[in-house]
Design a protein around this ligand. Structure first.
Ligand code: FE2
Length: 385
C-alpha cells in the first residue's frame, strides 16, 4: 500500500508541518468511567499486571466519586466511579457504559494550552484550574473532542505528590507481576457517518496535528463491511490519534456496532506497546484475557513473503506467533507485531491492542482484512453484523 511506504524523510517532513502552538510532552493519563471501579481495578491489576498507584474516595474526603490510579511503566490509567446518584459520572455511564472519558495530555503550560485551543475553536470542558496540596500545585484545563470524550491538559512541573492533589498513595500488598506493557502507542476514536474529516480538521486547526496516514474504504474492506481511517499525529510523533468512520458495506460494520452500543462517538481502542509481545501475550492469555480469533493458516503462510518484499527478517519464531494469534505486518522501515483483545466490557465497545514495533511506523494496514474478518466472526455471534 503506497500510503505506508513513507520514507523516514517524508515522515519527518510531515511532522515538521505540525504546528508548535501546543507542545505536548506525552500522554499523562487515561481516565475511564466505570460502573464499579474497585472491581475494574482488580481486573486491570490481575489480568494486565498494572500496579496500585494512587487513590481518592471517601477516606480522602472525596464524597462524589472514587478513583483508582494504576500504573505500568509509563502508562497511567484512572478508574472512576460515582458514589451516589447525583454525580454527573452517572449520566456518562448510563449512556455509554464503561469507557474512556479523558485522554489527558502532559504539557508545560496548561493555561496556554487551553487558551491556544479554545481560541481556535475548541469547546471548553474545564477552565485552567489550580489544585494544591502539601506537595505543590498542578494546573489542569480541558477541552471536548469527539462525542463526550475530553482532553485534559496537565501541568505538573511544580508538583511532587504521587499523582494529583486530592489523591493519596495507594499501597497494596497485592502486586501481580507486570505483563510488559510500556507506553501508549496510539488511541483510536470512532466517529459517526461522514464525521471523520470534521475531526481531522479539528485536530489540525485546534491542536496543530498533521494527517500522518490515511486509509480509504477500498483499503479497509472485507466482503461485508468497510471503514475509513485517518491517523493524526502531533509534531513530535508522541501522540497519535487515528480517527475511524464507518463506510457503506453489505452488512453492518464494526464501527456502526460500536456507535450503536456506545451511543455515540468515543475511544475504540488503546494500543499499548511492549518490547516482547510473545511474553506479554502468553502472560495475558494465561491470565484470562481473550483475543480475537487466530487467523487462518494461509495468513501465516503469506507472512515470509510479506517480510521478504521489504527485506526484513523476522526475529521471532513464526510458529509461536501463530500459536498466540499474533499478526505481522511490514513496510519499508521495518515490521510490527500486533494483536487485539475482545471488548473489555459487556458492550462491544472499547478494546486493547498490544503492539511491538520492529522499525515499522504504520498501523498494521496489511492486517486490516484479517482483523476485520475476525471481528465480523464475533459480530456474527452477537447478531450485530
Ligand atoms: Fe491500532
Amino acid at each position: 500500500m503506497s500510503e505506508i511506504k513513507n520514507t523516514e524523510q517524508k515522515i519527518e517532513k510531515i511532522f515538521k508541518e505540525a504546528q508548535d502552538f501546543l507542545p505536548l510532552l506525552g500522554t499523562d493519563y487515561v481516565e475511564f468511567y466505570v460502573g464499579n471501579a474497585k472491581q475494574s481495578a482488580y481486573y486491570f491489576k490481575t489480568a494486565f499486571g498494572f500496579q496500585s498507584f494512587a487513590y481518592k474516595g471517601l477516606e480522602t474526603g472525596s464524597k462524589d466519586v472514587t478513583s483508582y490510579v494504576l500504573i505500568q511503566d509509563k502508562i497511567k490509567i484512572v478508574l472512576t466511579t460515582p458514589l451516589n446518584s447525583k454525580s454527573i459520572v452517572n449520566d456518562h455511564l448510563k449512556k455509554h457504559g464503561d469507557g474512556v472519558k479523558v485522554i489527558a495530555l502532559w504539557v508545560d503550560d496548561a493555561t496556554k494550552s487551553w487558551e491556544e485551543t479554545t481560541s481556535r475553536g475548541a469547546k471548553s470542558y474545564m477552565e485552567p484550574t489550580t489544585e494544591k496540596d502539601e506537595y505543590g500545585e498542578v494546573i489542569r484545563s480541558g477541552i471536548y473532542t469527539y462525542g463526550e470524550t475530553v482532553h485534559i491538559f496537565v501541568e505538573r512541573k511544580n508538583y511532587e505528590g504521587v499523582f494529583l492533589p486530592g489523591y493519596e498513595e495507594w499501597k497494596s500488598e497485592y502486586t501481580p507481576i507486570p505483563t510488559g506493557l510500556k507506553y501508549i502507542d496510539h488511541m483510536v476514536g470512532n466517529v459517526g457517518w461522514n464525521q471523520m474529516d470534521k475531526w481531522v480538521k479539528y485536530y489540525e486547526d485546534v491542536m496543530g496535528f498533521v494527517n500522518f496516514l490515511s486509509f480509504d474504504d477500498k483499503q479497509i474492506t472485507t466482503e461485508y463491511s468497510a471503514l475509513m481511517s485517518k491517523v493524526m499525529s502531533n509534531g513530535n510523533g508522541r501522540i497519535k490519534f487515528p480517527i475511524n468512520e464507518p463506510a457503506e458495506g453489505k452488512r453492518k460494520s464494526q464501527i456502526e456496532e460500536y456507535l450503536d452500543f456506545y451511543e455515540g462517538s468515543g475511544v475504540q481502542h488503546i494500543a499499548v506497546a511492549t518490547d516482547d509481545i510473545i511474553t506479554t501475550v502468553s502472560e495475558l492469555r494465561n491470565r484470562g484475557i481473550e483475543f480475537l480469533s487466530v487467523p487462518p493458516d494461509e495468513y501465516y503462510k503469506a507472512v515470509p513473503l510479506r517480510l521478504q518484499e521489504h527485506n526484513h527478517e523476522l526475529k521471532e519464531d513464526i510458529i509461536t506467533l501463530k500459536k498466540l494469534g499474533i499478526l505481522i505486518d511490514a513496510d519499508e522501515e521495518g515490521y510490527l507485531l500486533q494483536i487485539f483483545t475482545k471488548p473489555l466490557q459487556d458492550r462491544p465497545t472499547l478494546f486493547f491492542e498490544i503492539i511491538q514495533r520492529m522499525g515499522a511506523r504504520g498501523f498494521g494496514a496489511g492486517n486490516f482484512k484479517a482483523l476485520f474478518e475476525a471481528i465480523e466472526r464475533e459480530q456474527e455471534k452477537r447478531g450485530t453484523l
